[in-house]
Design a binder for this molecule. Structure first.
Ligand SMILES: [Zn+2]
Ligand SMILES: [Zn+2]
Length: 151
């Protein structure tokens, strides 16, 4: 573990520089709150809800409100450094990744994990759901129960 620390810190500094650059090129200021929201998204192992982000950031910055956390999340999305995953029931989860990838979702607790696109999933492009329909993209979501919920 001690060996890993300097690398993590260097990576953190680089990520912060990138965040600053992306925010300013999209017309947003770099703030301590935005950095805290970004750091939490970067380090959490699943894709949290706004409430989860709020509870984590509040530990560091007790004056933060849920409304400002929402605004900060929207700023990060507008700056292209995070993405929002929307569900039919109106819930949303936040993802630090903006590249093409897929998710596995626990139907009990709603937590989500990343799945890398594989050659196998690329075969979905060959499916013809209707005459003349060409698949140009796909979103794959695996549903199941996570280890915590299976216990
Ligand atoms: Zn679960
Ligand atoms: Zn993801």
């Amino acid at each position: 573990m001690p060996e890993k620390k300097p690398a993590t810190r260097g990576e953190g500094a680089r990520a912060k520089q990138q965040l600053k650059a992306n925010l300013s090129s999209s017309g947003f200021h770099f703030t301590q709150q935005r950095a805290a929201v970004f750091d939490f998204l970067r380090n959490v192992d699943h894709h949290p809800t706004a409430e989860e982000v709020y509870l984590a950031v509040k530990n560091q910055l007790p004056k933060v409100s849920l409304a400002t956390v929402y605004k900060n999340l929207e700023a990060l999305i507008a700056a292209g450094v995070a993405s929002k995953l929307n569900y039919g029931d109106g819930s949303a989860r936040y993802d630090i990744r903006t590249d093409h990838h897929h998710h596995a979702r626990c139907v009990e607790c709603g937590r989500m994990w990343d799945i890398e696109p594989t050659e196998h999933s690329a075969g979905l492009r060959k499916i013809k759901p209707a005459r003349g329909f060409t698949v140009t993209d796909y979103r794959l979501e695996l549903l199941g129960r996570c280890r915590d919920c299976r216990q």
